[in-house]
Design a protein around this ligand. Structure first.
Ligand SMILES: *[C@@H]1O[C@H](CO)[C@@H](O)[C@H](O)[C@H]1NC(C)=O
Ligand SMILES: *[C@@H]1O[C@H](CO)[C@@H](O)[C@H](O)[C@H]1NC(C)=O
Length: 242
């Protein structure tokens, strides 16, 4: 009983001291070209934007109230012909710069977050499970426990096997599909007879992503890496082409 009261009081104190402060995401574009980040909220409040233009070397700061879960990615080679916005990679198919609740069409490298309220434990990772379009990194700023930066700095497009390549209008490789996306077979997608971590080992294709970006998820049950935690209400620096 007494413990409950003390717990209740501490909770209220913590809540009022720190609960209302949103985290900030600073998005940096170190690519030598413009990208168009897309943001998809999976739970929690919608953010102030779902998609915008990010010129090279111009940081963009976004408030993210906790609790929040969602993903960010970069769209590349976007054009706006006859009023229809369209991108070579990560396109939301919204026809405009805002994604408006749509996700990116894979393949696209993803930064995934689940932010906890009240300086609790955040989770984040980089996922190449649906493929790769750009190198990216996540670096917590502040925070008290965990909070290891993660990055995928390799250009997987440069070593992408032909059968996984996505080519742009100039014939260059703009993205690399995962084998699941390219072939839709259960051993690559960890479905059917391969639907558990024990029955879905890495494949020759997922190993390509893993060797290029060891800190990123390379396939659905790639559990030996990836998910990182950070306690203490950190802010996050997300860099495209770190
Ligand atoms: C992938 O395969 C499954 C089962 O074989 C099928 O139900 C599904 O529609 C396929 N998905 C795509 C995108 O082709
Ligand atoms: C991966 O393995 C499959 C099936 O064994 C084979 O057909 C394919 O050529 C291999 N691809 C690479 C890039 O090693």
């Amino acid at each position: 009983m007494e413990a409950q009261v003390i717990f209740g009081i501490s909770f209220v104190v913590i809540f009022f001291v720190s609960g209302a402060k949103p985290a900030t995401f600073t998005l940096n574009n170190n690519c030598p070209f413009t990208v168009w980040p897309g943001i998809l909220t999976s739970s929690g409040p919608q953010l102030s934007t779902t998609g915008f233009e990010l010129a090279s070397k111009v940081p963009f700061i976004l408030d993210v109230p906790a609790t929040w879960s969602g993903r960010l990615w970069a769209r590349t080679q976007c054009t706006n012909d006859n009023g229809k916005f369209q991108c070579a990679t990560g396109d939301c198919a919204s026809g405009q710069v805002s994604c408006g609740g749509a996700g990116g069409i894979p393949p696209a490298s993803l930064a995934e977050f689940t932010l906890a309220a009240n300086n609790g434990q955040d989770f984040y990772d980089i996922s190449l499970v649906d493929g790769f379009n750009l190198p990216l990194s996540i670096a917590p700023q502040g925070g008290s426990r965990g909070c290891t930066p993660v990055s995928c700095t390799a250009n997987v497009n440069a070593v992408c096997p032909q059968e996984l390549q996505v080519k742009g209008s100039d014939g260059g490789v703009v993205a690399c599909q995962s084998a699941c996306l390219a072939f839709n077979q259960s051993q690559y997608c960890c479905t059917g007879a391969f639907s558990t971590p024990d029955t879905c080992p890495p494949t020759n294709y997922s190993n390509i992503f893993k060797s290029q970006c060891p800190q990123a998820y390379s396939y659905a049950y790639d559990d030996k890496s990836g998910l990182v935690t950070c306690t203490g209400g950190a802010n996050y620096l997300i860099t495209f082409c770190p």
